[in-house]
Design a protein around this ligand. Sequence first.
Ligand code: ADP
Ligand code: MG
Length: 324
Amino acid sequence: MKFLYLILLFFSSYSLSAQQVFDRKLKLMGSSFEIIVVEKDSTKANVYIDLAIEEISRIEKLISSWDSASQTSEIIRNAGIKPVKVDTELIQLIERSKRISELTDGAFDISYASMDKLWKFDGSMTELPTETEMTNSVARVGFENIIINKENQTVFLKNKGMKIGFGAIGKGYAADRAKELLILRGVKAGIINASGDMNTWGKQPNGDEWDIAITNPLNKNKAFAILPISNHAVVTSGNYEKYVVFDGIRYTHIIDPRSGYPATGIISVTVFAPKAEIADALATSIFVMGTEVGIDRVNQLAQIECIIIDNDGNIHKSQHIKIN
Ligand code: ADP
Ligand code: MG
């Protein structure tokens, strides 16, 4: 009995040490993605990485509002005209998005997208939008005007000019799906990194948890916290990558759907959650809600934590984050 036990132990530790980390970086959904899997050999690892990429590309085709062939574009083209029949998967994503809008009092709203003509973060903006432009644009925003008919499997944007966009939730959703798929295929550990939005499962080959370093954007070289993340998602939204500056004021790419103005006061929000989708959406929402409301809301949600860095460089944490 003892002998058998020893052999088993030997085999298990042998196979454990043969595990390696394989990774691939590439552009998906207009962002840089990294797929990491823990496997024994590279052939297998590559098959799994290909699978994850296929899954993320499939989702991109469904939800992209740039791709005129996507079902999302079809919904937008028919705004104010007629309901459009779409896949259940898209209906469910829109339903969950609407639920997050309710949870955040409209700070998160996929119909913010009708304002994407006013605010551009590709260097093409030359002046601030006028008051009239803003008023007209905000009038088209409103998640309650995204009408879902489950029986007919349709989505209808009630008003002409309405738009939807999954910029604040799509990467998280895709990361969750890719992770689920690989777990289903038997991949024991890995990370889907959607341009800094991390979604992990399992452990490193040496048996340690995956760790994540949290940095202050004002001092990127020095991590102020290193936290273990196993089977968890960590998503950061920051105002330091996409923004425009007018008269010395920085306008970020996260917009308050209720005012039409970019959210102010926060530099970065990091959200920890069991799923990347909710972490992604909440990180964007907290930017809009602001520090106080954001922390308060997170403290009411089970298994969700956040770290906020405000404009003055102050660090705010939700109740279960333990850092010095
Ligand atoms: P990133 O994609 O840069 O990581 P976020 O996840 O915070 O950042 O998403 C920001 C994107 O979400 C914007 O570029 C825009 O497409 C979209 N967006 C902006 N404001 C809102 C909002 N209030 N609700 C929903 N989506 C938004
Ligand atoms: Mg987001």
